[in-house]
Design a protein around this ligand. Structure first.
Ligand SMILES: Cc1cc2nc3c(=O)[nH]c(=O)nc-3n(C[C@H](O)[C@H](O)[C@H](O)COP(=O)(O)OP(=O)(O)OC[C@H]3O[C@@H](n4cnc5c(N)ncnc54)[C@H](O)[C@@H]3O)c2cc1C
Length: 318
């Protein structure tokens, strides 16, 4: 069987560290999702490159997994190779920071604050890796990581080849929870950030302050994947949504709440009582339940308010 042959080739190239039928639910904050046909944890950048090149040669689909905090994996899982990024080298020279995609974002925030570098503190408490954060331009309090990313080293997976490329901040086209990485076959290996050196020295206490401000805003009792939909940029033609607007953004959580969705359940997927833009897994939720709930929300919001919601979480394997 091709699957067996591919497995042997992956094992030979990747030091016998490839797993078959690994449950992806275990690797996501939603605790939802079927198995990966092949699963590999890449401890360094060279391992990612080797895995990607071989999968490309064997024509096996690739999915890059960071902290699994912004995705919904289908109940059928992923037919291909899931590469979990665990490369986490960090180099700080003055105010220039070079960091691997697999490093936990919070670890990066802490390490830079310790060195008296400012710029990442609004991101304190956002789960996941640097790779996931750059991919989706993660942010909070009106700030996002793209503002400080100067360049990124990526693999471009094209039809015929896999090539290494350095992308500038302009090429990364950061927007609200968006970057060009979302719109092509790019694999982020590492990023270079330019922060601001402050005279104060250790700024670590800022991390705790931001975490405290975040507490109570998100449902933490049940597994979830953060905001399901993107907030909407406010414009003149959205006057009817003015009551949900703050700081130029229409709060999708408030829109959904206004339709009485809090607490609505399909199977064991439930719209969170704390925040209507979160769906929580009460225990045994299926990806299909979450998707049905999302579809229901989208239909009702469009019919009542005439706006199409844009999904923030990534759907994988559907
Ligand atoms: C409780 C909670 C609170 C949250 N709060 C916030 C918040 O305040 N602000 C915010 O922006 N987000 C928030 N999120 C969402 C999430 O934490 C972020 O989007 C995070 O940056 C995702 O990173 P990750 O490593 O978990 O990505 P994953 O979920 O693993 O992946 C997300 C996407 O990124 C891609 N990806 C990951 N790594 C790479 C790579 N190296 N190369 C190419 N593609 C890659 C994946 O393929 C996938 O498509 C929250 C989530 C939770 C659960």
């Amino acid at each position: 069987m091709t699957s067996d042959r591919n497995y042997e080739k992956f094992q030979a190239e990747l030091d016998n560290k490839v797993l078959r039928n690994e449950s992806i639910a275990e690797h996501t904050t939603f605790k939802i999702g079927g198995p990966a046909q092949f699963y590999y944890e890449a401890e360094d950048t060279d391992s990612i490159v080797r895995a990607v090149k071989l999968a490309h040669k064997l024509r096996v689909d690739i999915f890059m997994l960071g902290g699994g905090s912004n995705l919904l994996m289908s109940d059928d899982g992923f037919a291909g190779l899931v590469i979990k990024t665990k490369n986490s080298h960090l180099e700080i020279k003055g105010s220039l920071v070079t960091v691997d995609a697999g490093m936990w974002l919070n670890m990066l925030v802490i390490e830079t604050l310790k060195k008296g570098l400012s710029g990442l503190e609004p991101l304190s408490g956002i789960p996941g890796t640097v790779g996931g954060a750059v991919f989706g331009n993660a942010g909070a309090w009106g700030k996002a990581i793209g503002e400080v990313v100067k360049q990124a080293e990526v693999l471009v997976v094209a039809n015929k080849s896999v090539r290494w490329k350095t992308m500038s901040q302009a090429e990364l086209r950061f927007g609200y929870r968006d970057s060009s990485l979302k719109h092509g076959d790019y694999i982020l290996l590492r990023a270079q950030l330019k922060l601001r050196k402050l005279k104060t020295g250790n700024l670590l206490k800022r991390f705790g302050e931001v975490i405290k401000q975040r507490s109570g805003k998100h449902p933490l009792d049940y597994p979830n994947a953060g905001s399901i939909f993107k907030n909407i940029r406010y414009s003149e033609d959205l006057q009817h949504l003015k009551k949900f607007e703050a700081y130029g953004k229409v709060s999708v959580g408030k829109i959904i709440d206004s339709l009485g969705f809090k607490g609505r359940k399909i199977g064991e997927a439930q719209v969170a009582n704390e925040h209507a833009n979160f769906i929580v897994n009460l225990g045994e939720a299926k990806a299909a339940d979450v998707l049905e709930l999302m579809n229901e929300i989208e239909r009702e919001v469009e019919s009542k308010y005439g706006v199409k919601l844009e999904r923030e979480i990534r759907l994988v394997g559907f």
